[in-house]
Design a protein around this ligand. Structure first.
Ligand SMILES: [Zn+2]
Length: 187
């Protein structure tokens, strides 16, 4: 039997789950407009990483009820953000791993979403996986992006200034000492 091909930008979720389908791929970050549209985008200090992703469908049998439809999603990339400590661009890893339960309609989704930890979405025959991945990556963004180790010393942090020079003997102090000795005063 020929395996059915699934279209990631128009995914028939139920068919994907019933087939225990798996999809994997990469998208250039430029295709995820909301992810790179912030003011940070202009401050990138290198090329944008691709978004690597994987999706898997699953149906879970239930007693005396329709089986549940699940979608398991993973995605990873690196994004350029402005470090809130040194204000230089920093590239930070983003990673998401989430499971979605698909139910008959929005009303049921809203009701269930409050009860269970996983996300609940309304069933669709045309799910845009890229949009879902983008949503999740945006949610995974750090609120206060920071380098693990900032590349340069911070201006406002005086204590981190370069080490003071070796103290040199002051020639005038040396002279004073000699004069003192000559005039009989204690040095
Ligand atoms: Zn920094």
């Amino acid at each position: 039997m020929k395996e059915r091909r699934f279209e990631p930008l128009k995914l028939d979720v139920q068919a994907f789950a019933r087939a225990a389908g798996e999809l994997t791929g990469t998208w250039p970050q430029a295709d995820l407009r909301r992810l790179v549209s912030g003011p940070e985008a202009a401050h990138a200090d290198g090329p944008a990483d691709d978004v690597r992703w994987h999706a898997r469908g699953e149906t879970r049998a239930r007693t005396a009820a329709e089986p549940e439809t699940w979608l398991h999603l993973q995605a990873a990339t690196k994004v350029w953000l402005i470090c809130q400590r040194c204000l230089a661009p920093c590239e930070l890893p983003l990673e998401v791993r989430r499971s979605f339960l698909f139910v008959a309609d929005e009303a049921q989704a809203e009701q269930l979403d409050e009860d269970i930890e996983d996300d609940v979405l309304a069933m669709t025959r045309s799910l845009d996986l890229r949009e879902l991945v983008e949503d999740e990556l945006i949610l995974a963004m750090p609120i206060v992006p920071r380098h693990e180790h900032c590349p340069q010393p911070l201006v406002q942090q005086r204590s981190a200034a370069p080490a003071p020079e070796e103290p040199k003997p002051n020639p005038f102090a040396v002279l004073e000492t000699l004069r003192g000795r000559r005039s009989g005063k204690a040095p």
